[in-house]
Design a protein around this ligand. Structure first.
Ligand code: ZN
Length: 155
C-alpha cells in the first residue's frame, strides 16, 4: 500500500529534488550549507514534521535542482539519514539514501589554524571516522587533528 500523504508531499514540485528525513535540528544547516537562500527557484522548507523514523524531521524541496556527488557528500555529513528524491514532471525518477563518503576533499575547512591547508594553497582532505562513542568525526590528513561535526565549516 502506498502512503498517500508522502505521495502528495513529493508531488508538490514538478521537477527538482526533495531532501527528506533530515534530522529536525539540522534542517536549517542543510539549507544554508547548500546556499539555498540564494536560490531563485522555488524552495520549500519544512521542519519539526512527524517522522516514524526520526521522531521529528525536516524536509527541503528545491525546484529545478539535481545534486552533484560532491553536494550529496556534504548533505550526508550534516544529514546522514537523509533520502534524496529526484523528480521530473511529477514522477519520481530516483530515490536514494545519502551515503557517507569515506573521505571528503576540499569541501570542509580544517579547524587547526596552523594546518598547512589554512596557510598554503593546499586542498583539504579529511577521512570520515567514528570515535569510540560512535560519533562521526573528521580527521585531517595533513595535521591529523580530528573535529566533530558541530565544528565543521564548509568551504
Ligand atoms: Zn588540518
Amino acid at each position: 500500500m502506498k502512503n498517500k500523504r508522502t505521495e502528495l508531499k513529493v508531488q508538490a514540485i514538478r521537477t527538482g529534488t526533495v531532501i527528506d528525513h533530515i534530522q529536525a535540528e539540522n534542517t536549517y544547516r542543510v539549507f544554508t550549507m547548500l546556499n539555498l537562500e540564494k536560490s531563485t527557484d522555488h524552495v520549500y522548507f519544512g521542519t519539526n514534521l512527524e517522522s516514524k523514523k526520526l521522531g521529528k524531521k525536516g524536509i527541503i524541496k528545491i525546484s529545478n535542482k539535481f545534486f552533484e556527488p560532491e553536494e550529496i557528500s556534504k548533505i550526508a555529513l550534516v544529514a546522514p539519514h537523509a533520502t534524496l528524491i529526484e523528480i521530473r514532471d511529477y514522477e519520481i525518477i530516483k530515490k536514494q539514501q545519502v551515503e557517507l563518503p569515506r573521505e571528503v576533499h576540499n569541501i570542509v575547512k580544517c579547524v587547526n589554524p596552523k594546518c598547512v591547508t589554512n596557510n598554503q594553497e593546499v586542498p583539504t582532505q579529511f577521512k570520515i571516522i567514528r570515535d569510540h562513542h560512535g560519533k562521526l568525526k573528521l580527521l585531517c590528513r595533513y595535521c591529523e587533528k580530528t573535529m566533530s561535526m558541530s565544528d565543521v565549516q564548509f568551504l
